[in-house]
Design a binder for this molecule. Sequence first.
Ligand SMILES: C[S@@+](CC[C@H](N)C(=O)[O-])C[C@H]1O[C@@H](n2cnc3c(N)ncnc32)[C@H](O)[C@@H]1O
Length: 215
Amino acid sequence: MATDFNELFDEWSSSYDETVAGHDPEYNEVFRLYSHILEEVSNKSKGNVIEFGVGTGNLTEKLLNSGKQVYGVEPSAGMRKVAKEKLPDLILKEGDFLNFPHPTETTDTIVSTYAFHHLTDEEKSAAIKQYSLILNDNGKIVFADTVFADITAKNNMIISAESKGYHRLANDLKTEFYTTIPVLKEIFESHGFTVSFTQKNDFVWIIEAIKQRSV
Ligand SMILES: C[S@@+](CC[C@H](N)C(=O)[O-])C[C@H]1O[C@@H](n2cnc3c(N)ncnc32)[C@H](O)[C@@H]1O
């Protein structure tokens, strides 16, 4: 759950932007094309947007610069502080994917980058169910996150990270809730979305889901 990770992200908040710029070799591939990935998520979004796991506000900035209204949700106080320093006018609430204060306006798009893997698959399903009720007809969910084609691909990536001596990365892959495309496809479709997946680097895919109906 969100609070399990708050301490880690509070600590990481001051150096996070250096990591995404490629200063940590273990995470180089994870963040390869970071800015382009965020740009794509922003381009696929429309109207009133809820963003989960705002972090230091890098996606938020792109959304705001392209004229979207953003309602940010972020559990880590450290991350919220850095984001508010960059974007003082941003509406930014304490909350997480499952428990958050709802905006008063209707919602056209729900976005998140590099964060959905903090939920177990069961929690992911509960979140998507909730979003199907919040989103307007033809509303969208646009996520970018580490996902694997199947469980073999995930296990091979853990072996590859270990063989390179990337022990922090290998440990993350083993202990966080990185899932597979078939699992995500089933989750989105069971809650009335059509979904497509586009790979951006060896880890990250863009997940674009369009609401067909509330189930
Ligand atoms: C790797 S950072 C990504 C930040 C930003 N979205 C980006 O793309 O750079 C993950 C963010 O997700 C947040 N987070 C962790 N667990 C969460 C949860 N359950 N719900 C929402 N956000 C969460 C963390 O506090 C952190 O800010």
